[in-house]
Design a protein around this ligand. Structure first.
Ligand SMILES: [Fe+2]
Ligand SMILES: [Fe+2]
Length: 219
């Protein structure tokens, strides 16, 4: 990275810029999520010998397109929009094109949608860190927060997923767990990511089993 002098100031400036996009973010997808993803990226990055500077930039900027996606009611994809916004921010900070391209790839591929598969080590680490924040105790917390945001019920252990829709009263944390969260551990790429995922998955399974028993009056 060419921007060696004023290194700390550079990252602080990027962080300030990124944080500015989260002023009206809801709790389930806010700036705290970015900070948790950053911590996981650095932890996994050290173990997997990834480029920590690329990871820091990619983590800080990975969700800056989310507000644009929310405003467009999902028409804009936040990973694509965020990648081009990040490119402009980094260019304005005088960062070299190779670094910009590496960061852009991480951001574009962090959702794993059509045509954007994480190929580089750093992209795979960001993908894993982002997904890990959706499982375990923190994932459960976010799922309930999101359910609250869309006005869903606390729980429905007899839920029939095929008969329910997202963003409705039946969009419970348990639905999210059955549809998505219990599959996350099989989607992560890195060895360290898989290790963390297995541990977080175990806790999540235990939590929802217990919730079913408590709400059924069995515990
Ligand atoms: Fe995202
Ligand atoms: Fe994210």
């Amino acid at each position: 990275m060419e921007k060696r002098p004023a290194h700390r100031e550079f990252f602080e400036s990027i962080e300030r810029k990124a944080k500015g996009f989260f002023r009206s973010a809801r709790g389930s997808h806010d700036w705290d999520h970015t900070q948790r993803v950053l911590s996981l990226c650095l932890r996994i990055g050290k173990k997997e010998k990834g480029d920590l500077e690329i990871l820091r930039l990619a983590a800080l900027l990975h969700d800056i397109g989310r507000a644009a996606e929310d405003l467009s009611n999902g028409k804009i994809c936040h990973s694509q929009a965020g990648a081009s916004m990040a490119g402009k921010i980094l260019k304005a900070h005088g960062i070299d094109q190779e670094t910009i391209d590496r960061v852009i790839h991480c951001i574009q591929a962090h959702r794993f949608r059509k045509g954007a598969v994480p190929v580089s080590k750093e992209a795979r680490i960001l993908f894993d860190a982002d997904k890990l924040d959706s499982i375990g105790a923190v994932g459960i917390g976010r799922a309930f927060l999101f359910a609250g945001e869309v006005g869903a019920r606390l729980h429905n252990k007899d839920i029939e997923i095929r008969k329910t829709k997202p963003y409705t009263k039946e969009d419970t944390a348990y639905r999210e767990y059955l549809v998505k969260l219990n599959k996350v551990k099989d989607r992560v790429f890195t060895k360290e990511g898989k290790r963390i995922a297995r541990e977080r998955h175990r806790f999540m399974v235990e939590f929802f089993e217990r919730l079913n028993r408590e709400t059924g009056g069995m515990l």
